[in-house]
Design a protein around this ligand. Structure first.
Ligand code: HSE
Length: 428
């Protein structure tokens, strides 16, 4: 049997689309040899067809997405980004018989269930490896390598920009603003920085990962999320004092009937492998009673790493052409788990209070924590230099319920000896 030809259409041709288009052409022989697939790029749909794109023949350019419905195209790769209009086009392409490969975390995290249901009904495949972790094959790991393995917890560093910022603050004492500017120059920050800084991007990726892991639909908007805007140099110094690093983590905990998905900054003990994931690296730490812990890390953004993920889905679809069309992909949401309300989440917490340098303040604060059922792992008290009459009280708690912790912190803040809002950072 000769090689199988796979006609590819591209929707969008920015950094990622351009890299994929060039790779499909420059690596054509290698891909043919290694996969038996003869990839043929047949259309590239862009907003402005007059703009020249290095390595992309101008004869392939079009501004009409309808051109992707051509019978010579079997798979459309979407790297246009955006939400509503792109989602509508993807639906029309599926109904028109195209398999889809997408890097679009917004569409997948908000409409993935609808898209996959539509694809199942039309016997088409949607590959979205590139939407989470780019060059880190996170989704293939949980869907294939760990198929059948029970997973109890996934902890992910899923946003390169915030990891880069936190590393620069930690290692070079850079300000958050300066580090964000470097991330923007390097090209991995979102056009709207709040998507990175406020944890929205990480929450979208966490929702996709949680959905795939459990087949319980989770939308990005349902994930309790706190970003890194509040993280200061004092937090970094406190983390260091407790032999920890600060990381923005996505935490997915699967229990018999409950699923917890959260995104927030966390103190990560220096000895934990995630503490050494630096700069724009992404990583996932997977815990399973069967396989034991597993760490996968690499580049979570950029033309090359994202193209690597797109190619994996393209090859997968190429290999299964004619198979997917006969048997619906085994996706069906099951909806059997309860998404655990934020207040029920349990973990250790770091608390920092500015307090009056008076006798009894430690006792007052710890008594309030105790009355909310919160036990304490360690306490560190220090007095400001220059006898300002102020001190700092730092407390590391044992596992505590989110709701109890919030109530206790509020009660502590109401004490006359507590001089301002408490800084609370959750711990891994
Ligand atoms: N802004 C994203 C990040 C790009 O920093 O991880 C990749 O999704």
């Amino acid at each position: 049997m000769g090689p199988r030809t796979v006609g590819v259409g591209l929707l969008g041709c920015g950094t990622v689309g351009g890299t994929l288009a060039r790779t499909l052409q420059s690596d054509h022989e290698r891909l043919l040899r290694e996969t038996g697939l003869d990839f043929s790029l047949r259309r590239v749909v862009v907003r402005d067809a007059d703009k020249s794109r290095e390595g992309v023949p101008s004869t392939l350019l079009s501004t009409r997405w309808e051109d992707l419905l051509s019978p010579e195209i079997q798979v459309v790769v979407e790297v246009a980004g955006g939400a509503g209009p792109t989602f509508e086009i993807l639906k029309r392409l599926i109904v028109g018989g195209k398999h889809i490969v997408t890097a679009n975390k917004v569409v997948v995290s908000e409409h993935g269930d609808e898209l996959l249901d539509l694809a199942r009904r039309h016997r088409r495949w949607v590959g979205f490896e590139a939407s989470v972790g780019a060059g880190v094959p996170v989704l293939h790991l949980v869907r294939e390598a760990l198929a059948g393995t029970p997973v109890s917890r996934v902890v992910g560093i899923l946003n390169g920009t915030t990891n880069y910022i936190l590393t620069r603050m930690e290692e070079c004492s850079e300000t958050q603003e300066a580090a964000l500017r470097s991330a923007q120059r390097a090209g991995f920050a979102e056009a709207d920085p709040s998507m990175d800084l406020d944890g929205v991007d990480a929450a979208q990726k966490a929702a996709i990962l949680a959905t795939l892991l459990t087949r319980q639909v989770v939308h990005g908007r349902d994930v309790p999320t706190e970003g890194i805007r509040q993280v200061t140099a004092s937090d970094i110094a406190s983390a260091r004092r407790f032999q920890c690093s600060l990381r923005l983590l996505a935490l997915i905990t699967c229990e018999a009937s409950d699923l917890e998905v959260r995104v927030h900054p966390c103190l990560v003990p220096s000895r934990h492998p995630l503490a050494s994931v630096r700069d724009q690296q992404n990583a996932v730490w997977v815990e399973s009673p069967l396989s034991g812990p597993l760490l996968l890390s690499g580049l979570g953004a950029g033309g090359g790493p994202t193209t690597s993920a797109l190619l994996a889905d393209l090859v997968d679809i190429g290999w299964h052409l004619g198979v997917f069309e006969d048997a619906a992909p085994p996706w069906e949401s099951v909806g059997r788990l309860r998404l655990r309300p934020s207040g029920e989440s349990v973990r250790r917490n770091y608390l920092r209070f500015a307090v009056a340098d008076q006798a009894g303040v430690i006792g007052e604060v710890t008594t309030i924590l105790g009355s909310h059922g919160i036990s304490i792992e360690s306490v560190h008290a220090g007095v400001e230099d220059g006898s300002s009459g102020e001190g700092t009280l730092e407390i590391l708690t044992d596992d505590s319920r989110e709701r109890d912790m919030a109530d206790a912190v509020k009660a502590c803040e109401a004490l006359a000896q507590v001089l301002g809002p408490c800084r609370r950072i959750r711990c891994l």
